[in-house]
Design a protein around this ligand. Structure first.
Ligand SMILES: Cc1ncc(COP(=O)(O)O)c(C=O)c1O
Length: 435
């Protein structure tokens, strides 16, 4: 593959954009050193870089693109709305239509407010919980990698530079599926914790009614129970993972899949809490998600169309089915190459990820880089194995074929030494204090 056109502009990217990317997860340090394509266009689950190299993409748009790139019905809906004007001094009718649509799908939620990024919604959920309970502390799940770009969360990561200690100390952590770790927090910080936030599920499934138990403990201790459905929403189920698991949170947050890659997020929840952000109550007013572009009309039109497609077409069903086929084929190849101890395939079929381990069976960034290198060289762009509605049987078959070839090289690298096969420096995790 020829990456000359991308290589030529790489320095310009770094000259004007810190890190050469507007989002850390897309950065050069996340990909092999000499395979750093810049994307020219996408269609369905395929993308083309500046040199015209074609890739089948997985986890598209950081898991926001569930239907497909440039998905025509969604693009048309957004365009139709743009022709009517995009932002006015008073709410546009589409704001109500979109609000009613999402509330019709997420059972148990009574009110909604829209924003642009997931962080708008998660940070608003934390502020509302603090105002509602009159408490300052926030309990987050230690096993979940990302909740918000704002201080209450980033302060708890290794990239906490610039965040006051006083803020950092207000966020505490517990372990997923370990109800005891949440109980201990409530004991240690008695009547200080405003809310408990978590993703309903990542690689581990909830055990022993974990989600229901978290909700119970929150309520026994006067805290707000928040489910962050940024990734699970419209992927596990049309009603979110909360519907899949039959647990109604006090507040929940959506984004990503909600508008097939258009910038729309939402905070949903019980009226009793949400109304603090509104008019007509006698409590102190809470500033909740108010942005110039919070309800940008073309985004809402895209969201409305996307959600209607989820309702009328077997999108979620297809994500699960295609993920299942992919997992089956890839696991067979892993077994054939005797890599079961080195490449775990994790997560639900609709949201698969892979691990990469070295000879000692420890998680390995060099081996992750090798797998990315060998799959990208063959036209697969797969930082994860998260499928979309656009992944056809042919795409899945081709991906299995490519991974099979890459696994063969992985096996040889384990046996003969990775230096022989890895070209360039290894990738690095986003969460690190220094470069
Ligand atoms: C679970 C979860 N919550 C919140 C966010 C923040 O969303 P955004 O990047 O749109 O602000 C993300 C982003 O990846 C996420 O994965």
């Amino acid at each position: 593959m020829d990456f000359s056109k991308s290589d030529r502009i790489q320095k310009r990217f770094h000259d004007v954009i810190p890190g050469g990317s507007h989002t850390y997860a897309k950065g050069d340090d996340q990909y092999p050193e000499f395979i750093l394509p810049y994307i020219a266009k996408g269609e369905g689950c395929h993308v083309w870089d500046l040199n015209g190299n074609e890739f089948i993409e997985f986890g598209m748009g950081l898991r926001s693109v569930t239907l497909g790139h440039a998905y025509k019905p969604v693009v048309d809906a957004a365009y139709r709305q743009m022709l009517l004007g995009n932002t006015f001094n008073r709410p546009a009718a589409i704001e109500l239509e979109c609000a009613e649509q999402v509330l019709g799908m997420i059972q148990g939620a009574e009110m909604v407010k829209f924003g642009k990024n997931g962080s708008d919604a998660t940070s608003a959920s934390v502020r509302l919980s603090r105002a509602y309970t009159g408490r300052d502390m926030v309990a987050i799940c230690a096993n979940h990698p990302f909740f918000s770009v704002d201080d209450w969360f980033i302060g708890s990561t290794p990239m906490s530079a610039g965040i006051p200690k006083a803020i950092q100390e207000l966020t505490v952590k517990y372990q997923y599926n370990d109800i005891g770790s949440i109980k201990s927090l409530f004991q240690q910080y008695h009547e200080k914790i405003a809310c408990v936030i978590l993703e309903p599920e990542k690689e581990q499934e909830p055990k022993n009614d974990f989600l229901q138990e978290v909700k119970k403990i929150c309520h026994e201790n006067g805290a707000v129970f928040i489910l962050d459905e940024m990734i699970t929403g419209f992927r596990w189920h049309n009603g979110g993972a909360q519907s899949f698991y039959g647990v109604i949170p006090d507040l929940s947050t959506f984004g990503k899949a909600m508008a097939n890659g258009f910038s729309v997020s939402a905070l949903l929840g019980k009226k009793e809490i949400m109304k603090l952000g509104g008019l007509g109550h006698d409590k102190e007013r809470v500033f909740v998600m108010s942005y110039t572009y919070g309800a940008e009309n073309h985004g809402l039109s895209a969201a409305l169309e996307t959600m209607k497609i989820y309702e009328r077409e077997p999108v979620v069903e297809t994500l699960w089915r295609q993920g299942e086929s992919l997992a089956k084929g890839i696991r067979m190849s892993i077994d054939e190459n005797k890599l079961a101890d080195f490449i775990p395939i994790m997560g639900r079929p609709c949201c698969l990820v892979y691990g990469t381990r070295d000879n000692d069976k420890n998680p390995s960034q060099p081996f992750r880089t090798l797998l990315l290198q060998e799959t990208m060289k063959r036209g697969i762009l797969a930082p994860s194995l998260v499928v979309s509605y656009s992944h056809t049987d042919a795409d899945i078959d081709r991906t299995i074929e490519v991974f099979h070839e890459a696994f063969h090289i992985y096996r040889k690298a384990l046996d003969e030494g990775i230096e022989k096969y890895l070209v360039g420096r290894p990738v690095k995790p986003v969460w690190r204090r220094f470069n």
